[in-house]
Design a protein. Structure first.
Length: 471
């Protein structure tokens, strides 16, 4: 077992699983060939691991086995495959060898590049397994994006990820972060991305999947990850598919009345631009923000997530600190309009050319990428605490060339000032609110939505003395 945990190459990992006498189960793969089980057959000793290998390519055959579903490359199909194959293993084999065997079912359903081409190359993959013989099952589900240009390369990458997943489920189930780090062994994010992972079941009762989403981005397995207000992890492409999107970026430490007023004003304007269509709202936190004070503080991140959950909005964690990169990411999933909300104090940063030094075309290339799909930037007024000056979409300190560019973007309607803001909200600053909460001072409740204040008090978020009764 110790040797198995140290393996990195797919053949060595597959062999380690094959040589573990406790592991026995089924492989079910749809799309891109049986690329995962192939490694286990080639490694040697497969008879000790593989009870069955199946590939139900035909839709009618797949429906007959796993039940009908609307799409074949989806989470619903994957989970039906995992449940069905795992149940069969117990029904057929538990009586004979259940006392000494930890059963598993591995499955994937994938759309790789075809001869016809077109469409996203992606898939769902998972494993349902017993950590020890007779144990209640655990499950790991993930979504992958395959980025290689050729079908054969995509198949190879998919096979390696699958081996890494089953190896991790066999030897690292009590170390989920180590399991996560090993998923792209012998691969890179130029070939494959993992933008969703969910741990559940007996071995993962203490795992917070929001933290695992954060680790996906922190470790570079994906550029972004998302989860809902209920804490459930979400596939970004499904959240965004066919919908307009409004994104508010912030530290949310904590989310305040200002943030909610920004959203209220921006939504009113965005809806009018969309002629009534209801957009998806994303509260975005960047890795740069989370690392602003040095090492990542997981407790601090989860406090922000808990407070944001009280607002009912979806959270997006991204590694796209430059707005043009965020815009490109969002545009990859939706052709509908995108809106970005920012405070007037940050508008000047949008014209800071230091952020665009790596682009051949500099700031003009960046703005070409940012506004290429008629994206709108909505600017909320910001009052400087020291000077009392109000920064708005129209009033921003810029030099000559940048002032001309700013005027052009205003004239085209790509930058909009927000109207109808609450002047009382402008006096609240997240840093001051955070300090007041941490010190147990009075009055901070006025700066945050009521539901957020209640969540902070009940759960002791941001260092608040748990159970203190607000005056």
């Amino acid at each position: 077992m110790g040797q198995g945990t140290r393996a990195r190459e797919p053949r060595d990992k597959a062999l380690a699983v094959n040589l573990d006498p406790a592991r026995y189960g089924t492989f079910a793969e749809i799309g891109a060939g049986q690329e995962v089980v192939r490694w286990f057959f080639r490694a040697g000793g497969a008879a000790g691991t593989i009870a069955k290998s199946i590939s139900a390519y035909d839709m009618a055959v797949s429906d007959a086995i796993y039940g009908p579903c609307k799409r074949y490359v989806c989470r619903e199909r994957l989970e039906a495959m995992l449940d069905y194959e795992y149940r069969l293993n117990l029904e057929r084999l538990a009586g004979k060898r259940g006392a000494d065997t930890a059963f598993f079912s591995f499955a994937d359903t994938v759309k790789a590049r075809s001869f016809k081409g077109g469409g996203e190359c992606h898939g769902w993959m998972g494993v349902q397994f017993q950590g020890a013989p007779g144990e209640e099952p655990s499950r790991i589900v993930l979504h992958v994006r395959m980025l290689d240009a050729e079908a054969a390369q995509q198949q190879e990458a998919l096979g390696i990820v699958g081996v890494n997943l089953l190896h991790g489920a066999s030897f690292l189930f009590d170390e989920p972060e180590a399991l996560l780090r090993g998923l792209l062994d012998e691969l890179s994010t130029q070939r494959i991305e993992i933008d969703l992972i969910e741990f559940s079941g007996a071995r993962f009762r203490e795992v917070d999947n929001r933290a695992m989403s954060l680790r996906l981005v922190q470790l570079g397995l994906s550029g972004a990850a998302a989860f809902g207000a209920d804490g459930a992890v979400l596939q970004p492409s499904e959240v965004l598919h066919g919908r307009a999107a409004l994104v508010l970026r912030g530290s949310f430490r904590p989310v305040t009345r200002v943030h909610m007023d920004m959203l209220r004003c921006a939504l009113a304007r965005f809806r009018s631009d969309l002629a009534g269509e209801e957009p998806v709202v994303l509260m975005e936190v960047t890795m740069r923000n989370l690392l602003a004070e040095g090492d990542l503080d997981l407790r601090d991140f989860l406090d922000r997530a808990d407070a944001l959950a009280a607002t009912g909005h979806t959270v997006l964690i991204s590694d796209y600190s430059e707005y043009y990169r965020l815009a490109s990411y969002l545009a990859g999933y939706t052709s509908k309009r995108i809106g970005l909300v920012m405070g007037g104090n940050l508008l000047g940063d949008l014209f800071d050319e230091r952020y665009y030094e790596k682009l051949d075309g500099g700031i003009l290339e960046a703005f070409g990428r940012l506004f290429r799909n008629d994206l709108r930037v909505y600017v909320y007024p910001f009052r400087d605490a020291a000077s009392g000056r109000l920064a708005t979409a129209e009033r921003v300190a810029l030099d000559g060339p940048h002032a001309h560019l700013h005027g052009y973007l205003l004239g085209r309607g790509w930058i909009h000032g927000l109207e109808g803001h609450d002047p009382g909200a402008l006096r609240f600053y997240s840093r001051e609110v955070f300090d007041a909460i941490r010190k147990g001072e009075d009055g901070w409740e006025d700066a945050v939505p009521e539901a957020v204040a209640q969540r902070i008090r009940e759960r002791g978020l941001f260092g608040h003395p748990r159970g203190r009764i607000a005056r």
